[in-house]
Design a protein around this ligand. Sequence first.
Ligand code: 5GP
Length: 201
Amino acid sequence: MSGLLVVVSGPSGAGKSTVLKALIDSLPRGKFSVSMTTRAPRAGEINGQAYHFVTESQFVEMREAGGFLECARVFESAWYGTPKNHVLDDLSAGFDIILDIDVQGALQVRHSHPDAVFVFLAPPSMEELRRRLENRHTETPASLARRLETAAQEMERRGEYQYLVVNANDRAEETVDKLRAILVAEKCRTSRLECCLPMSL
Ligand code: 5GP
């Protein structure tokens, strides 16, 4: 049986990276799709782990070769994209693949992979989101303002997702449990199991 394609979106600062890492570590066959981006690495980000950091022309080349499952310009400043081949190969090999992508990318995946699972991960409030982003000390005042503005727009589109999970402060474990529960339930859908059931039970 092929794996689940799980799309997780939510404002930058919702805590996606932390909970998704914990989720993947807890899955027997889970993998994170490492995106390509033209944004500069932040302190401590290792090429090939957080992202594949590339130049704009490398990104365009990949896009023109049809190498992305989806891609989008986020915060009007940088390109982000999901390399296609690894994801498709890993799904066929039975791995559950987790994509951390923005709402524009999620919409593209919904068209190409309607059987994917769509989860919106939200912060408890916009005030809390601002506090988390400020505490990261990675943003300039201008980029902080842009991220908050994008966050508000993304929050408005949460209704387009199948699941909404709020990542409350100090409750990362509970958030991971909820995500795991979603995956377990999705794997029990008759539509996904039909192919693998014996004719008579
Ligand atoms: P950051 O710069 O904070 O790492 O990520 C900014 C935003 O880009 C996040 O909302 C993240 O979900 C989104 N993002 C990361 N990788 C991809 C990708 O491959 N495609 C799309 N569409 N968005 C991505």
